[in-house]
Structure formats: structure tokens, C-alpha cells
Design a protein around this ligand. Structure first.
Ligand code: SF4
Ligand code: SF4
Length: 342
């Protein structure tokens, strides 16, 4: 795979080429108001991260998965239509490396050796993913402490970074190489430049010690630790942390219908709600807030790494740190988990 350059002069044409024959999703807006949206350019490079994580591109907040219609001559019978994956050719520019890594966590849930989710698969696999490295990570970012990097490559076809008012680009897959050649990016050698920028960006982030200590501790020691009631106390159970998180992927399925038919909807759900685990029998395995808060942080920081090749359920994007209305900071919780006694 090769490196490429796009100069300031050719930047507009580069984005037009990316958008030719497919939908281009790229950051629009600045600061806290930055979101992925369809465009042919110009594209914002002035953002820490998109306000919402990119998971909604592949796993919409609400998605119709099935339609049904009552048959006029048989009022008790329905005709069904599976709405399929609804994928369309797409290139996403500007994924931050933490988010691309986070999408691989959900990809292992929606596609594995036992199960394939058709609604996720088509969208995820047909999208070309171009990441944008972080030259100056925000104070709430901690991807390096979670095993990633501001220049991380996992889950991407191309890694780009701002260079001389244009872009430096590293192709990571054949699909990435092909799209850069079609967009007439200029071949270059950027390895040394990228390595130096990556080192500087990592140095601006926090320490690894708490997460390493959590890795070494036994699950039941962490589960039975004495701090959970205090940790959970300020939580409002609003679910904001899960909705903004790039790796949270829980959902509920509901039918919405009227006298002639209806649709089956898949909607995001949250483990921070008491209804999430409520069984039809009335039993609830996580009836208290303390149990739900413990579940969230154990899932993010302990349970997932054991099953998923060392990629944690948290990629350090920092969204929940910023968005939690109760100021619960996962980095502080990690520090408590690392030190607490059982
Ligand atoms: S965002 Fe904060 S208050 Fe809301 S459920 Fe998550 S931890 Fe609790
Ligand atoms: S747990 Fe918080 S910091 Fe970690 S990936 Fe999810 S939203 Fe980002």
C-alpha cells in the first residue's frame, strides 16, 4: 500500500471525485456542532470529533426492517416484506481513528461465525472508510490509553491527515488504494512525517496505568468491589452515555401498526434503563441503578477485552465524558476500579 498527497489547490476536486458515483458523508459544521452529512464538498477539517458517533450510518437510531400489510380478502392474514439492508455505495471521510476502531467492536457483534445481521452487513461492508488522524487530541480524548492511537488504522481503508492546507493519505486496503488513484491523489512518501506526528499526538494524552491494572485484576474482584454504590450515586439513568458511544449497540424491536398494516422498527436501546433487562415474567436481573452502572463500566473496561482480541468496549473517544449530565467520567471510574478493594 502507498502514501499519497492532495494539495490545497486540488482539494475541492478530490472531494468531488470521492462523491462521484456514490454518496460522500463527511464532517459538516464546526466545534460541538460538527456532524457527518452528505456533501460533495467543502469538508470541515476543524473539529475535535463529530458530535454523534458514526455508528448511526450503519446502525440507524431507528430503522424499518420489515413491512406488513393486511390482506383485504383475509383480514386475519398479513403479507410481509423484508426491507433488507438498504445499503447504498458510500464513502465516509473524516472518521476519527477511535470511532473506526469502535465500529469494529460492533461489527463483531453484528457479523461473526454464528450470526450475520443483514441490516448492518451491507452498509458496513459497502462503505469505504477514510479516517482523519488527530494532530491535537482534545483534553477528553484518551484513545492511546485504550490501546488505540490518534493515527490508528484499525477499521479504515485510508488514513488521512491535514498537511500543508491539503491532505496526506495512507492507503490501508486495496479499496482505499483504488479510490485514491481514481481521485488522482499524488504518490508520496509520508512514513517519517506520520510517525513523528503520531508520537507527538500520543504524548499529549493521559497515562495507561489504571487500565493496565484493571486488565490484571480478576473479574469477580472488580464486580464485588465496594465502590459501586458511590460510583452510581450521581447517575440519572438517562442513557446519554450509551447513545453517544461508538461501541454501544443494544437495540429493541417494536411493531407499529394500524388497521391496514405496519412496520417493524429496530430502535437503539440502553442498558442504563431499568426496562432494558425486564423479562416478560416480571423478573429483572439488573433491577437497581448500582447494578446497571456496574454493568456499563465492567462491559466497557473488563468484559469485552477478554472476548474480542484485546479491543476494549471503550475506545477513548471521550463523548460520554463530555455529554454525561451528572459529570461521570469513565477515566475517573477506571481509576477507582483499579484501586478499589473487593
Ligand atoms: S450519561 Fe451519565 S447520568 Fe446518563 S446514564 Fe450515563 S452515566 Fe448515568
Ligand atoms: S465509553 Fe465513553 S469514551 Fe469510551 S468509547 Fe464509549 S463514549 Fe467513548
Amino acid at each position: 500500500m502507498s502514501d499519497y498527497l492532495v494539495s490545497e489547490k486540488t482539494l475541492a476536486g478530490f472531494f468531488t471525485a470521492l462523491a462521484t458515483g456514490r454518496r460522500l458523508l463527511a464532517p459538516q459544521g464546526q466545534g460541538d456542532d460538527c456532524r457527518l452529512a452528505e456533501t460533495t464538498g467543502p469538508v470541515s477539517l476543524d473539529y475535535a470529533n463529530t458530535h454523534l458517533s458514526p455508528k448511526g450510518v450503519f446502525f440507524p437510531q431507528t430503522e424499518k426492517i420489515l413491512a406488513f400489510h393486511k390482506l383485504a380478502d383475509k383480514p386475519k392474514a398479513n403479507q410481509y416484506q423484508d426491507l433488507g439492508d438498504q445499503a447504498q455505495p458510500t464513502v465516509i471521510f473524516g472518521l476519527r481513528p477511535c470511532d473506526a476502531r469502535g465500529l469494529t467492536v460492533s461489527n463483531r457483534v453484528f457479523q461473526n461465525d454464528r450470526f450475520t445481521d443483514p441490516y448492518w452487513k451491507g452498509k458496513y461492508e459497502s462503505a469505504i472508510k477514510i479516517g482523519l488522524a488527530c494532530l491535537n487530541p482534545s483534553p477528553q480524548c484518551f484513545c492511546a490509553a485504550m490501546g488505540g492511537s490518534p493515527f490508528g488504522e484499525m477499521g479504515l481503508d485510508v488514513l488521512a491527515y491535514p498537511k500543508d492546507q491539503g491532505l496526506g493519505l495512507k492507503a490501508l486496503t486495496p479499496a482505499g488504494e483504488e479510490i485514491l488513484k481514481k481521485a488522482q491523489a499524488e504518490p508520496a512518501d509520508l512514513a517519517a512525517d506520520m510517525a513523528a506526528l503520531e508520537k507527538k499526538a500520543i504524548q499529549s494524552q493521559g497515562s495507561l496505568d489504571d487500565y493496565a491494572t484493571i486488565n490484571e485484576r480478576k473479574i469477580m474482584e472488580l464486580y464485588k468491589a465496594d465502590h459501586w454504590a458511590k460510583t452510581a450515586e450521581p447517575c440519572l439513568g438517562c442513557g446519554v452515555c450509551t447513545f453517544f458511544c461508538p461501541t454501544c449497540h443494544c437495540f429493541d424491536i417494536q411493531d407499529e401498526q394500524n388497521e391496514v398494516g405496519g412496520v417493524r422498527m429496530r430502535n437503539w436501546d440502553t442498558c442504563m434503563s431499568p426496562l432494558f433487562t425486564l423479562h416478560g415474567s416480571g423478573h429483572n436481573p439488573r433491577p437497581s441503578k448500582v447494578e446497571r452502572v456496574r454493568q456499563r463500566f465492567m462491559h466497557k473496561l473488563k468484559y469485552i477485552p477478554l472476548k474480542q482480541d484485546g479491543v476494549r468496549g471503550c475506545t477513548g473517544c471521550g463523548r460520554c465524558v463530555v455529554m454525561c449530565p451528572a459529570n461521570i467520567d469513565i477515566r475517573s471510574v477506571a481509576a477507582v476500579m483499579a484501586q478499589a478493594s473487593a
